[in-house]
Design a protein around this ligand. Structure first.
Ligand SMILES: Nc1ncnc2c1ncn2[C@@H]1O[C@H](COP(=O)(O)OP(=O)(O)OP(=O)(O)O)[C@@H](O)[C@H]1O
Ligand SMILES: [Mg+2]
Length: 256
């Protein structure tokens, strides 16, 4: 890959579980600062593809490139340090920990200062720089007023923002967001969309968004890739792909 405008390039990426091609020769690019939606029915292979990008899984075939660098074989923590951040489909937060402490731990995991075990047992004093980074992230996603609140006291909408903030604590170039609106009501979903747009606009972060809420997808992304049963079935603007018969078939069972 030699195009500096391309942040993520997937080239024929495949992942097989047993005899099933869960991800089947997927190729597409995410350009620098671009927001791309990755949509498709349940079981299409979207989360598995995310895992191949982050390194939780290694793809069997094909290649993943991040800013010109082939990632194959590279462990998750090194990919994170290169600038790939992600959120998970299921919210995983620590109930007793405050919003700020979630971010401080995420920063330390990211920077690999080796103090993590100490932090998990009893948070050692954060540095001025660490506080500044956590302030910037909380400001970006609108959590500043809740900095010292334990997440057990927050609703799901705020918990999802904490997760997002945690992924942003390492100031990634590419954010992979796996169903950030899952379980949220309409108002919370609109708030999440607004935050993602702000992240893209203010930080220039490229975003790959897996999302079932198509209204949210239409509001947040510049372009959409559609997967079904492991394969890419369409790519284009939101309106283009939604008018595509193969997409309507995958989603609605309409005859193609
Ligand atoms: N570790 C695994 N071992 C075996 N099969 C798996 C594994 N992980 C996922 N699968 C299967 O791979 C397929 C794709 O799963 P994946 O979670 O990637 O889909 P998805 O598009 O993210 O779906 P959803 O929209 O429901 O989150 C599914 O059939 C799933 O059961
Ligand atoms: Mg999934």
């Amino acid at each position: 890959m030699t195009d500096p405008a391309v942040t993520l390039r997937l080239k024929d990426v495949s992942k097989t579980f047993g005899i099933v091609n869960v991800v089947d020769s997927i190729s597409f690019d995410v350009k620098a600062g671009e927001s791309v939606g990755l949509v498709g029915p349940n079981g299409a292979g979207k989360t598995t593809l995310f895992n191949c990008v982050c390194g939780q899984l290694q793809n069997d075939h094909g290649a993943v490139y991040f800013e010109d660098q082939p990632l194959n074989g590279m462990p998750t923590y090194r990919r994170a340090r290169l600038g790939i951040g992600r959120t998970y489909q299921r919210t995983e937060v620590f109930p007793d920990m405050t919003v700020r402490n979630h971010l401080l731990v995420a920063e330390r995991v990211h920077s690999g200062t080796g103090r993590l075990w100490k932090d998990l047992l009893n948070m050692s004093k954060p540095t001025k720089e660490e506080i500044e980074v956590s302030d910037r992230v909380m400001d970006l996603v609108g959590l500043m007023e809740l900095a010292d609140t334990p997440v057990a006291a927050l609703g799901l909408g705020h918990c999802r923002l904490v997760e997002l903030a945690r992924a942003l604590a390492g100031e990634p170039t590419l954010l992979l967001a796996d169903e950030p609106s899952s379980g949220l009501d309409e108002r919370e979903t609109a708030a999440m969309s607004a935050v993602l747009r702000t992240v893209q606009r203010e930080r220039g972060t490229a975003i790959l968004l897996v999302e079932h809420d198509l209204e949210m997808v239409s509001e947040v992304v510049d372009r959409v890739v559609v997967m079904d049963l492991g394969s890419k079935v369409a790519e284009g603007t939101f309106d283009e792909v939604m008018a595509n018969p193969a997409v309507r078939y995958a989603y609605l069972g309409e005859s193609a």
